[in-house]
Design a binder for this molecule. Sequence first.
Ligand code: C2E
Ligand code: MG
Ligand code: MG
Ligand code: MG
Length: 275
Amino acid sequence: HAKGAGRNTWQFFTERMNESAARHFELESSLRVALAANQFELFYQPVIEAGTRRVHALEALLRWRRPGLGLVGPDEFIPILEESGMIIAVGEWVLRSACEQAVAWQRQGLPAVPVAVNLSGRQFAQRGLAGTVRRIVEETGIAPALLELEITETTLMQSGGHTLEVLEQINAMGVRLSIDDFGTGYSSLAYLKRFPVHKIKVDRAFVRELEASAEDRAIVAAVMALANSLQLSVVAEGVETEAQLQLLREHGCELAQGFLFARPLEAHQVPELLR
Ligand code: C2E
Ligand code: MG
Ligand code: MG
Ligand code: MG
């Protein structure tokens, strides 16, 4: 009997494996056509200056409008794009589209607001990244100071010896760099000093329980002290309540992003926000 049960469990297990492998394969092959079929879209979420409630920047967030299945968020497909290498082409599309969009808004007479673009580790590992950024900046005509690139702490730490060189080339163009999801990776404070970084985005894991957790408040206080001494700006991610915002401001954090202010918006909703 025990043997039978074991076999059933095994059968169940392999069926589930096949199912998930099949799903993965299906997802990957649908993604292969997504770029050419124009199924990717950028949403934009504002970073807000708490004091004035003005828009400090707009972060471009990738969405996949999958035929018949609706909108798919990046957590569901970015890993597959990375694994397959497709992230290089999609990432370039994201960068170009965000720059084109920012220029188009400015030409409509809207206030000039920096646009932030997320880069994956795979893009960063390419030697040609700085050249790609330069080419896209030139071709779209965006003012370099209006472009920010976000890289996670983990990406920064894992990328190879050419990291500093690439960051310095990008920095020399006048494009700004932010560290995303700060606090979730393995951070080396020495790197923060060495790399030409302008901004830290504190991960929402530290914002979520700010009211209840003295530890999280201590972490925010420490990040603020560090950022002040290195002259970096700080954005708090995932701010959902006025109470969280209040605590962040008490710690000197004046830039915030989160559902309290706005969810990621479709591009056509942005002009109204900027006016
Ligand atoms: P991220 O760069 O840290 O972006 C912030 C994420 O937090 C977004 O999720 C946003 O919708 C979500 N968020 C914002 N405010 C709140 C809030 O108040 N509460 C909660 N619970 N969530 C909030 P999204 O759009 O699903 O993106 C997830 C991640 O996917 C991003 O995290 C980023 O790492 C990655 N990603 C998005 N677009 C791109 C892209 O174009 N390229 C690459 N390589 N990665 C991207
Ligand atoms: Mg980001
Ligand atoms: Mg983040
Ligand atoms: Mg994130």
